[in-house]
Design a protein around this ligand. Structure first.
Ligand SMILES: [Zn+2]
Length: 344
């Protein structure tokens, strides 16, 4: 549970980001008072403790969100996924200048969702979006950026690409493994199987920074293992490119989904101001959501879907549509597809 003054302050910070005026120092004084009050209230202190482990949904580098826990460690925040995937470490601030003396928070508030009674906060943290109802250190740094001076040393883990740049044999081996994987079978059963095996993005496409491509003329999908940094990203790339293929073959469904799709609000999210990319991304997000809700075994319906929808609007309708496909006949949500519908 979050203390109301901090909530109101975060909402105020969020509102000021939409106008030209930066949040003035007056707003931050409220938090200084609030922090003194924490000591007198042990329950509040416990939830506000910056080293507390809190539940969060984290979208890494544009990928669909995964649930896990966040814990502060020095000047960084460590995310441990609940199910599968590697831990991710996010420095809470960056330093600039030759001496590295000036610290800048690496966190900003993206959105406060779900109403003020039970707020959910979305933060940009480096290349991730963190969604949590317990903003902790993230909320504190947004409300009072000067607090980065109190943080310990930031650290992170190295990021390797799946194949070394220029190692074409390794790139082809990874593409081949993906093609033969159970995951590929499962998305082929949803969107159809391309004519050719999965290839590798051309050097020109790689230079353009493409993680994947659908080549309609050849009916072929290619991926970039020398740019892709995780198996999750590799799988998501395949789902996204296959969604392009399916949308091309189903123009009426594509138009219907697009007509009902609200725009992406996050300027850093893939598909921002690009409805065709957003549409493919919403279908790939829907595939991920339906996988996650099948795997977890716990009720993972409307509330979790809402989190996907916040990141990529259109995911809800895409998931409802996919549940009518034969591939999802046995899905636990198939019989309650109506429950996925939003308030409208
Ligand atoms: Zn695309």
């Amino acid at each position: 549970m979050m203390r109301r003054p901090l909530l109101l302050l975060l909402v105020a910070v969020l509102l000021t980001t939409f106008v030209e005026e930066p949040a003035g120092p007056d707003g931050y004084r409220t938090v200084a008072v609030e922090r003194e009050a924490v000591g007198a209230d042990s329950a509040a202190a416990e939830t506000a403790s910056s080293s507390a482990i809190t539940g969060a949904l984290v979208s890494l580098a544009g990928l669909p969100p995964v649930s896990g826990s966040l814990e502060q460690s020095g000047g960084s925040l460590v995310f441990r996924p609940a199910d599968e995937g590697a831990m991710a470490v996010f420095p809470l601030f960056r330093t600039y200048g030759p001496s590295g003396a000036t610290r800048h928070p690496a966190v900003s508030l993206l959105e406060v969702a779900n109403g003020r009674e039970d707020p959910i906060f979305l933060f940009h943290l480096g290349a991730a979006v963190v969604e949590t109802s317990v903003p902790g250190i993230l909320g504190e740094l947004v409300a009072e950026p000067a607090r980065v001076e109190e943080l310990g040393t930031p650290w992170t883990t190295g990021t390797l690409t799946l194949a070394a740049p220029g190692d074409l044999p390794a790139a082809y081996r990874i593409a081949q493994e993906l093609y033969l994987s159970r995951y590929a079978d499962s998305v082929f059963s949803v969107f159809g199987r391309p004519e050719r095996p999965i290839g590798v993005v051309s050097a020109r496409g790689e230079r353009a920074g493409r993680l994947g491509e659908y080549l309609a003329g050849r009916d072929s999908i290619a991926v970039s293992p020398s740019y892709i940094t995780s198996r999750a990203q590799l799988r998501h790339t395949l789902a996204h490119e296959l969604a392009h293929r399916w949308l091309r073959d189903h123009p009426q469904s594509a138009e219907a989904l697009k007509a009902a799709m609200a725009p992406i609000r996050d300027p850093l999210r893939y598909g921002f101001r690009d409805p065709d990319e957003q549409l493919a991304e919403s279908l790939a997000f829907a595939v991920h959501f339906l996988d996650a809700s099948r795997r977890s075994g716990r009720p993972a319906g409307p509330a979790l879907l809402e989190s996907y929808e916040r990141l990529v609007p259109g995911t809800r309708n895409a998931a409802s549509l996919l549940l009518t496909f034969p591939a999802y006949e046995q899905h636990p949500l198939a019989r309650e597809a109506w429950a996925l519908k939003g308030p409208n």
